[in-house]
Design a protein around this ligand. Structure first.
Ligand SMILES: [Zn+2]
Length: 616
């Protein structure tokens, strides 16, 4: 629990809703229900039209109805999203509040009803001929969504007939979703006897073991690692069955969808992330050629930990306490530093941070029943963001705060834009947040008084390099090779261990003493249904934000406008178009990625020097 003198705030919610019992909530839900009824009535005409030859007049009538559906749906969406945000945020600060849970449940049901009500229209549009679709795109109602609609249309070549599509949707509940649930059930129910720092035996779950890997005590990390290996060893047959089933399902689906053009297992995750295959391939190739950067970071971290090289239980270690008592930074002090750091980018950005604190749009207090983690959310109606975290006064907490304020700034920069153009893909989602982190870290570095302080901050910066340029690519390549092999046969636990070891060693070289062979079983991301290949967007996001930081150094006073304009376009174009438009660079060429890697080499040099000074 935080000491009260950290002066951490709780957030203001009353300007959005008076409370969980506000009449306004019930009134808006009634409006949503009315909208759903109206949409259900409209849906009938689309259902009957599916699979039929339509006259031009009949098609035109449906297109006009589709515009009306779009308007009604958007309005209901806004109310629903607004309430969802509210319910989720209240629940995060009071996880035991039954009223918040009830409201969330109610809204989820409404969301499902709304989705179902518009499904026939969505399917009609997906199956519509190009001419009918063009007609639809000319409507005034959809002008703000042209990018999304055109982009989504790309998937229409892999559509199956309506009965097949319905069958896939209903079977997937007991197919991939059930497999993924099984994984969650296993990892959620496992318990392990663990001896803590005080020599007491403690029964812990997997989440606790995994968080112990981030400790700065090697004894704890090593025990946690052994625990994870034991637990996942016991369940390796189930884990292997789940991975085989998930990949098998996706590959089979891809085969069926290949009726017009061949569908690859990477097509869907690429589409979701709004990047092309050449972009992904170029990025991975450049990162592989530059893998020495991440390896060098590991070697330097090993020197600080006084070992020849890192062991697999060290790769997520937090910085060792460099022989000094950790200083507590109060929340107002942290905000002041962040404001000053943001000011160096532009006074508007500093003023934004100040406003977030002044308006009490940040919930940072440690409180019982608050959920763990940190996030940035917001209200789609007022367009006002909120930041959630538990602030305990460490420099890591301050960086987390900067990260979330970066997200908030991204949404603030878009607040005047049509709602439809503000949804960005995962590849671009972490740009503003990681950039804000980097800005604050560099600000702190310039003001470090002791070598210990300097090392502390640089450790945080440097440990990101292997995380995003070795570990994530290892996950990607492991998964890709598995999918390639899976079309021929199933994999046994031994096959998975062998493949993980091979790929791990290719990327990590001699920078770790051994591969984390059970990583294929212990990493949740391999077991998520949507999206598949939940890995490469992390590397993309990290490198992209580094590239943006490099622009800041190059552009000087012009940077801020460039930055805000770029953020504003993240929800209305592909990543390729974004970079071409704002930076004049091609994501399919190595030049862009080398540009992004530049700050990494510079930071490594600074770290190497700091390590040398410290060990002298
Ligand atoms: Zn983030």
């Amino acid at each position: 629990m935080s000491s009260p003198d950290l002066h951490t705030p709780t957030w203001e919610m009353e300007s959005e809703y008076a409370g969980l019992d506000a009449l306004q909530l019930a009134e808006e839900q009634e409006e949503i229900r009315l909208a759903i009824t109206m949409l259900e009535q409209h849906a009938q005409a689309f259902r009957s039209a599916l699979g039929q030859e339509l006259s031009a007049d009949a098609a035109r009538t449906l297109v006009e109805t589709a515009w009306e559906v779009y308007r009604v749906e958007k309005k209901a969406d806004l109310l629903l999203d607004n309430q969802m945000s509210y319910a989720y945020m209240v629940w995060s600060t009071q996880a035991r509040n039954q009223d918040a849970k009830t409201l969330l449940e109610k809204l989820k049901r409404l969301r499902a009803q709304l989705t179902q009500a518009t499904q026939p229209v969505d399917l009609f549009l997906l199956h519509a001929s190009d001419a009918v679709y063009q007609d639809y795109l000319s409507g005034e109602a959809v002008q703000n969504s042209l990018f999304q609609l055109r982009y989504g249309r790309r998937l229409n070549k892999r559509l199956l007939g309506l009965p097949e599509e319905n069958l896939i949707t209903s079977l997937s509940l007991d197919g991939p979703n059930a497999w993924s649930n099984l994984y969650n059930n296993i990892t959620g129910s496992v318990s392990y006897e663990f001896e803590n720092e005080r020599g007491e035996r403690e029964t812990v779950g997997i989440a606790r073991l995994q968080s112990l890997l981030g400790e700065n005590s090697e004894v704890l990390r090593k025990k946690a690692y052994a625990g994870l290996n034991q637990v996942f060893g016991q369940h390796e047959e189930s884990c292997a069955a789940i991975l085989n089933a998930l990949a098998g399902w996706r590959l089979e689906l891809g085969k069926r969808r290949s009726h017009t053009e061949s569908v690859h297992f990477l097509d869907e995750p690429l589409h979701l992330n709004r990047i092309s295959k050449p972009t992904l391939e170029t990025m991975m190739q450049v990162v592989k050629e530059q893998k020495h950067l991440g390896q060098q970071a590991f070697h330097l971290m090993a020197r600080l930990l006084d070992k020849p090289r890192l062991d697999p239980w060290d790769v997520n270690a937090s910085s060792p306490a460099f022989g000094h008592a950790r200083r507590h930074i109060t929340f107002p002090q942290a905000m002041e530093m962040i404001e000053e750091a943001f000011n160096e980018v532009n006074p508007e950005m500093g003023a934004f941070a100040r406003m977030m604190a002044d308006k009490r749009w940040i919930d940072a207090a440690a409180a019982p029943n608050k959920t763990p983690g940190a996030y940035c959310s917001g209200f789609p109606r007022s367009r006002n963001p909120r930041v959630f975290m538990t602030y305990l006064g460490s420099s890591v907490d301050m960086i987390v705060l900067a990260h979330e304020l970066g997200h908030a700034f991204h949404s603030w920069a878009m607040r005047e834009m049509p709602q439809e153009q503000t949804h960005y893909p995962m590849t671009l989602a972490e740009t503003a947040s990681t950039f804000a982190e980097t800005v604050v870290r560099n600000f702190l570095l310039q003001r470090c008084k002791t070598p210990a302080e300097k090392l502390e901050i640089l450790w945080q910066e440097i440990s990101s390099i292997p995380r995003f340029t070795l570990n994530i690519p290892t996950r990607y390549e492991f998964e890709k090779r598995f999918y390639e092999g899976r079309s021929e046969r199933s994999y046994s636990p031994q096959d998975f261990r062998d493949l993980m070891r091979t790929v791990w060693n290719e990327w990590h070289g001699d920078s770790t003493s051994a591969a984390d062979e059970m990583f294929w079983a212990s990493k949740l991301h391999f077991y998520i249904v949507e999206p598949s290949f939940y890995n490469f967007p992390y590397t993309f996001g990290y490198l992209f934000s580094q590239g943006i930081y490099a622009e800041k150094e190059q552009r000087g006073a012009d940077f801020y406008n460039f930055y805000v304009n770029l953020l504003q376009d993240t929800g209305r174009m592909t990543a390729e178009d974004l970079v071409q438009k704002h930076m004049g660079l091609n994501l399919g060429e190595p030049t862009f990625w080398l540009h992004c890697l530049k700050p990494l080499a510079k930071n490594l040099k600074a770290f190497e020097q700091a390590v040398g000074e410290w060990l002298e």
